[in-house]
Design a protein around this ligand. Structure first.
Ligand code: ADP
Ligand code: NI
Length: 214
């Protein structure tokens, strides 16, 4: 099978699974992350095939969405059916398990390709799109937009991070605004700047409207 053929089979495999995902991890998240990953990969000289495959598959064994072990076994099976080598499969699946934020509790060592895909995934969590995804996720979980009496938490355990006694606005402080300084690559850092500034001005406007001032 050619690489293009494998990529196309992978797109179909992922699309079928994530098309209707309703918490901001849908197929179009995957499409955006894949595009951004390729942009960053080119400027970093990373392996384009591994980056594109890992970006396509990166949420396919996410513990928020699936039983992680089962889903990962399913992906490995799919990849061996595509004729990938054990090394290629390991390169891709270690990225899948290594890049998730988990409230800052994932300390996996990443390959260059892993750093690229992690930056691309994080870029989709910030800026205009990141804001939209955060409100969708929060709404999907039945949480509030904002509650002035609830303050962002400092040292979150993974359990607290997932448990969700938070509001959408709290999530800006607990994750989104931290991502700019956690970018791995030069191109990722550059892209994060503008998206970060956009979130800062969004929050200023938000609080001004909240107080009836603007
Ligand atoms: P990862 O997918 O890397 O493990 P997260 O679990 O933080 O990272 O989730 C990815 C996206 O889902 C976030 O960028 C955000 O848009 C949304 N999200 C996750 N947790 C929350 C939350 N508590 N409140 C609002 N949005 C959230
Ligand atoms: Ni993702």
């Amino acid at each position: 099978m050619t690489k293009e053929h494998i990529l196309e089979n992978t797109r179909q495999f992922v699309k079928k699974t994530l098309l209707g995902e309703a918490s901001g991890h849908d197929w179009w998240h995957i499409v955006r992350v894949t595009k951004t990953a390729l942009t960053i990969a080119k400027s970093e000289g990373a392996d384009l095939f591994i980056c594109e495959m890992a970006a396509l598959l990166h949420d396919m064994a996410d513990s928020k969405l699936f039983d992680e072990g089962k889903a990962l076994a399913g992906v490995k099976h799919f990849l061996s059916q595509q004729g990938l080598t054990q090394n290629q499969i390991a390169a891709i699946t270690s990225i899948m398990t290594g890049i998730s934020y988990k409230g800052g509790h994932n300390s996996a060592e990443l390959s260059l390709e892993g750093k690229v895909v992690q930056d691309a995934d994080r870029l989709d969590a910030i800026g205009a799109i990141g804001i939209a995804r955060t409100f969708v996720y929060s709404g999907n979980k039945g949480r509030l937009i904002y509650d002035p009496s609830m303050k962002p938490r400092e040292h979150l355990t993974l359990e607290d991070y997932r448990k969700g006694e938070d509001t959408a606005i709290m999530h800006f402080y607990e994750k989104l605004l931290k991502l700019k300084d956690l970018m791995n690559t030069t191109e990722g850092k550059r892209l994060a700047q503008g998206r970060h500034q956009f979130m800062e001005s969004y929050l200023q406007q938000f609080y001004a409207e909240w107080e009836g001032e603007r």
